[in-house]
Design a protein around this ligand. Structure first.
Ligand code: NAD
Length: 357
C-alpha cells in the first residue's frame, strides 16, 4: 500500500516525538511490505516564525492532499504575547475546521505495567480502565450563535448558545456505535436531558440511531453522574458518547486518572478525507530539545492513524504490542519513571519500540 502522510511537527518537543512516531510507524508498515511517503508542513509557532501565520495555506493544501495527518504539538512561551488570532493554537483549530473533523476519539487505557501511576485507589484501578471518549468536535455551545458580551440595563452579561441539529447528533452517534463494534459493544451516551432541551434531542436521536446498531448495548447518564462514575468505577465504561463541552471535560478527566499524560493518543475524524492523529499532551517547552520527552503517546497515535485512518488494524496492533512489551521490559522515560526501572530518553524509547515490532 502506498500512502502519503502529512507530518506536522509543530513546536517544543513536537519534532523529537514525531521523529520517533514516524520511525515506529515506518518500521511497522514495512514489515508487511507497505511504503509510506511523508510530506512535512508548518503549523503553530514554527509556522508563525516562517510565514507570520499559524496555519499557512500550503499546510492546509498538503493536509488535504494526504491520506492522514500526523501532528505532534504546538505552542510555547515565545508566542504567548501574540494576539489570540495569531497564536499557535489557532493553527490547530484552523486545521480541524479545514478538514471538517467532527469526531474526536480519545482512549484512556491503564496498562498493567503503569498501574502505579493511576490516580485512583488501588482496589478501583485493579478493576481496569480501558475506555474511549467519542466527543463531538464542531458544534455545541463552543460554536453556537448568538454569543457575546454586552451591557444590559447597566449590567454586563456574557452569553452563549448551546445548539445541536439532529444531523450533527446522528453522525457522531454512528461513529460511537461503530467504534463500540470494534471493542466491547457498549456505548454510554452522556448528556443533561433533565435540564437542557439540546440534551433531550441528543438522547432522542441517539436512541433512533441505535436501532441500526442493535448488537451494541446503549446506556444513558447525566453528565454530573458520568463525571462521578469515572472516578468511582471507570471499568464500567467502554465507549462514552458525548457532545463538545461535556466531552472536553470528561475526556480530560478520563485521561488524567491514568496518571500518564505522555502515554495518551487521540484521533479526530471527518465524514471523508484525511483524519488527524496527535498525542493529547502539549509541546512541553520545559523539556524541549533535551531528549527527555516520552514519545509513546505519539507512537500510539501512529497506531490510531493506521487503524482508523488507513484501515490497517494488523500494523496498529503490532505497534501497541511493541509499546506494551517495551514497558514490560522495564524501560521508562522520566515522566513515567518508577523505582527499579530503566531510565531512557526519547530517541532510545522510540528505538526500543521499533526493535520489538
Ligand atoms: P504540556 O502538555 O505541554 O505539559 C504539561 C506537563 O507535562 C509539562 O511538565 C511537560 O513537561 C509534561 N509533558 C507533556 N508531554 C510530555 C511528554 N510527552 N513527555 C514527558 N513529559 C511531558 O501542557 P502545558 O505546559 O500546559 O502547555 C505547553 C504548551 O503546549 C502551551 O503553549 C500550550 O498552549 C500548548 N498545548 C498544545 C497542545 C496541542 O498541541 N494539542 C495541547 C495542550 C497544550
Amino acid at each position: 500500500m502506498e500512502k502519503t502522510i502529512c507530518l506536522l511537527p509543530g513546536d517544543g518537543i513536537g519534532p523529537e516525538i514525531l521523529e520517533q512516531g514516524v520511525l515506529v510507524m515506518d518500521a511497522a508498515v514495512a514489515k508487511n511490505g507497505h511504503h509510506f511517503h511523508y510530506e512535512k508542513a508548518l503549523i503553530g509557532g514554527a509556522a508563525i516564525d516562517a510565514t507570520d501565520s499559524p496555519l499557512p495555506e500550503a499546510t492546509v493544501a498538503a493536509c488535504k492532499a494526504s491520506d492522514a495527518v500526523f501532528l505532534a504539538a504546538v505552542g510555547g512561551p515565545k508566542w504567548d504575547g501574540l494576539a489570540p488570532e495569531k497564536r499557535p493554537e489557532r493553527g490547530l483549530l484552523g486545521i480541524r475546521k479545514a478538514l471538517g473533523l467532527f469526531a474526536n476519539l480519545r482512549p484512556a487505557l491503564l496498562l498493567p505495567q503503569l498501574a502505579g501511576a493511576c490516580l485512583l485507589r488501588p482496589d478501583i484501578a485493579k478493576k481496569g480502565l480501558d475506555l474511549i471518549v467519542v466527543r463531538e468536535l464542531t458544534g455545541d455551545i463552543y460554536f453556537g450563535e448568538p454569543r457575546g458580551l454586552e451591557t444590559r440595563n447597566g449590567s454586563r452579561v456574557g452569553f452563549n448558545t448551546m445548539i445541536y441539529s439532529e444531523e450533527e447528533i446522528a453522525r457522531i452517534a454512528r461513529v460511537a456505535f461503530t467504534t463500540a463494534r470494534q471493542r466491547r459493544h457498549k456505548v454510554c451516551s452522556v448528556e443533561k436531558s433533565n435540564v437542557l432541551e439540546t440534551s433531550r434531542l441528543w438522547k432522542e436521536v441517539v436512541c433512533e440511531v441505535h436501532k441500526d446498531f442493535a448488537d451494541v448495548e446503549l446506556s444513558h447518564l447525566y453528565v454530573d453522574n458520568a463525571a462521578m462514575q469515572l472516578v468511582r468505577d471507570p471499568s464500567q465504561f467502554d465507549v462514552i458518547l458525548t457532545g463538545n463541552i461535556f466531552g472536553d471535560i470528561l475526556s480530560d478527566e478520563a485521561s488524567v486518572i491514568t496518571g500518564s499524560l505522555g502515554m495518551l493518543p487521540s484521533a479526530s475524524m471527518g465524514a471523508e478525507g484525511p483524519g488527524l492523529f496527535e498525542p493529547v499532551h502539549g509541546s512541553a517547552p520545559d523539556i524541549a530539545g533535551q531528549d527527555k520527552a516520552n514519545p509513546l503517546a505519539t507512537i500510539l497515535s501512529a497506531a490510531m492513524l493506521l487503524r482508523l485512518g488507513l484501515g490497517m488494524p494488523e500494523e496498529a496492533a503490532m505497534i501497541e504490542r511493541a509499546v506494551e512489551k517495551t514497558l514490560a521490559d522495564g524501560y521508562r522515560t522520566g515522566d513515567i519513571m518508577e523505582a527499579g526501572k530503566k531510565a531512557v530518553g526519547c530517541r532510545a524509547m522510540g528505538q526500543l519500540v521499533a526493535e520489538r515490532l
